[in-house]
Design a protein around this ligand. Structure first.
Ligand SMILES: C[S@@+](CC[C@H](N)C(=O)[O-])C[C@H]1O[C@@H](n2cnc3c(N)ncnc32)[C@H](O)[C@@H]1O
Length: 277
């Protein structure tokens, strides 16, 4: 029997997702949410949307069903060396500036909303090229989506994910296997993955306050301004003075916060935590 998710149930589920994760689903996306909810309802053998909403709100005590729903709702689109010019700014301007300004020997990087791992592994390849072995580095990679994190931990990718990897790096840092391309251990060992909700500031802060770089690209586009502000303010507390934060190329902090300085580095614009605060 077809399920009809009414506007009232859509709003209740939308609000629940928003309160817990910061992800804001606009009314134009009702159709998409409906499909995801329908999938979950059929898995749970439910036919009444009201019953599903009630279950989510009052009976999903350990959050298992909410977790499954979030795995369906998140957009995980990603690939290696995404937004190449921005990565060039990171590698050729921000990293050398950090090394010159500080006597840091260990560079700590956060990849927040890492999806299936392409972003943190890309950063690991860049750091191996630019820093290692004179400088050590580590990348902490976080996401809310279990399925994406499973794929990240496996580190095996299809053609679509590696299409923008420069050939020289593809040969150097990937092993061709039957199922695709496997990131080699020398790149993987510098990345740790964790399941966390970025909207939970206590959980996020537990990763430390000494990051030199935060990458949170193409994640906050799904958030409201208010939830973006909350997450970005937490990143601010996690960053060292002078640390850089990278958002997706279409994302701006201008409406969100004045905590960071916008700086021109090479051909790009980057946000930096001021040194003197
Ligand atoms: C479009 S992907 C971006 C991946 C990568 N940063 C990139 O730019 O290619 C967005 C990721 O953010 C994650 N995400 C969304 N809301 C989140 C939250 N509240 N906490 C943690 N991760 C979240 C999603 O699960 C998804 O994997």
């Amino acid at each position: 029997m077809p399920i009809t998710l009414g506007f009232r149930e859509f709003k209740e589920i939308r609000d629940l997702i928003y309160q817990k994760t910061g992800i804001f689903i606009t009314e134009e996306k009702i159709y998409l949410l409906k499909k995801r909810v329908e999938k979950r309802m059929s898995e749970k053998r439910m036919t009444n949307p009201e019953e599903y909403v009630r279950f989510l709100k009052y009976f999903d005590k350990n959050g298992e069903e909410f977790n499954e729903l979030i795995n369906e709702v998140t957009i995980n689109e990603t690939y290696f060396f995404r937004e190449f010019p921005q990565l060039q700014v990171f590698a050729e301007h921000c990293l050398p500036e950090l090394i010159e300004r500080t006597n840091v020997k260990f560079v700590k990087i956060l990849s927040a909303g890492c999806s299936s791992g392409e972003e943190p592994y890309t950063l690991s390849i860049i750091c191996r090229e630019m820093l290692y072995p004179s400088y050590q580095y580590h990348i902490m990679a976080l996401d809310i989506d279990d399925n994406a994190l499973k794929k990240a931990a496996e580190g095996i990718y299809e053609e679509r994910s590696i299409k923008d990897v420069p050939k020289v790096y593809l040969r150097k840092y990937f092993q061709t296997i039957e199922r695709g391309y496997r990131v080699i251990d020398e790149v993987r060992k510098f990345v740790s993955f964790y399941k966390i909700n970025l909207f939970d500031d206590k959980q996020l802060l537990s990763f430390g306050k000494d990051f030199d770089f935060v990458f949170c690209r193409n994640v906050l586009i799904y958030f409201s301004d208010e939830s973006r502000r909350k997450v970005v303010n937490t990143f601010y507390l996690m960053m060292k003075p002078g640390a850089y934060i990278f958002l997706g190329h279409s994302e701006s902090l201008s409406r969100i916060t004045t905590l960071f300085e916008l700086k021109r580095m090479g051909n790009g614009l980057v946000y930096q935590k001021p040194l003197e605060r």
